[in-house]
Design a protein around this ligand. Sequence first.
Ligand code: LLP
Length: 418
Amino acid sequence: MHHFAYRDGTLFAEDVSLAAIASEVGTPFYCYSTATLARHYDVLAEAVAPATVCFAVKSNASLAVLKTLSLRGAGADVVSEGELRLALRAGIPASKIVFSGVGKTERELAFALVSGIRQINVESIPELEALSALAQRMGKTAPIAIRVNPDVDAHTHEKISTGGAEHKFGIAFVDALAVCRRAHALPGINFRGLAVHIGSQLTDLAPFRAAFTKLASLVVALRDAGVPVAHLDMGGGLGIPYTAETVPPTPAEYAAMVRETVGHLGCELTFEPGRMLVGNAGVLVSKVIYVKDTGTKTFLVVDAGMNDLIRPAMYAAHHDILTVAEPAPDAQRTPMDVVGPICETGDTFDRNLDLPPMHAGDLIAFCSAGAYGAAMSSTYNGRPLVPEVLVNGDKRCVTRRRPSYDEMVALETLPNWL
Ligand code: LLP
């Protein structure tokens, strides 16, 4: 469910024409829909109520998106001091912020303690010991969960699977009981419970069910051992339909599975969804620079590159591509490779995509680009980060402007010998 649709032959975000935004801010740009964000958040929050939904900031770090979600009640899942500062700046209360990640530095942990966040998800024994020592030095108590690695195959792309024994994440399931007991006993540590995250873009409930069932058995074992467990952090959310053929479970089905697996434990629950809240709430709009016919192939060379949307190059991910001008129903379609301007063959968004007649200057939209799109972009090939625009009904705002070339080099210094 999203709010990008054709109206009078042109693609709109809610009540705003994407072509109108393009003529105002230039291309490429990301555009997000408030109504889609709101709906996705509300549907999930209602399904898992009274749990806390902590939006995974890594999926979309736009301050305006964070604030939109925060005003509906969202907390944040952060993985760095930068994300924590952003979440606080968006007005998300510290009491709704959880800090995940395998390599939090002492500086980052200290900032989290000073900020008084809800919970730090600890992923290793050295981190636990460092945090205990740091909290004592600071005269604080660190509220923590132990992130458990349940050794479950998430059946998703290998680069975004995180819950297997071979992965760097969490405490091995077999060691978890002992580590939690230790955490419970350590000074400076308030052991609240457990966390788990087995991977992203999961479109099947079975791996979640397997992981949550193991988590529940650990809660029982801990309580038997006299260690109270009051909180469970269930990790990231469901996958999204990047194509019409993929039909992920609904939030209601997901919530039912959560209740079946851990509901009887009476724990307070936290969720860390990213993609399912913002993925389909964003598009990347780009302009055709050239239509290049090599005799063997037609390339649609567009002004967005892999630096703006790296998912196809990095995960062989698919993003549906729409022409902003609605094609006539009887338009003759020919196969084209949609490519960016970057000097790598990997800078290819789609191959042999059947498109209506295309011309230089035409606009296209990469769908489902709201998650891990702008957030993973870079200035590779000397390209400025692209603007982000938030639409709300018939209102729009450039929430992040395109930097100038001067700003792009502003942090550079030449040594005095040059
Ligand atoms: N919690 C933790 C601890 C995570 O590591 C992640 C994602 C999430 C929550 C949010 O997961 P989600 O609800 O979005 O599935 N760049 C990749 C995805 C990387 C996911 C990393 N961790 C992509 O573009 O597919």
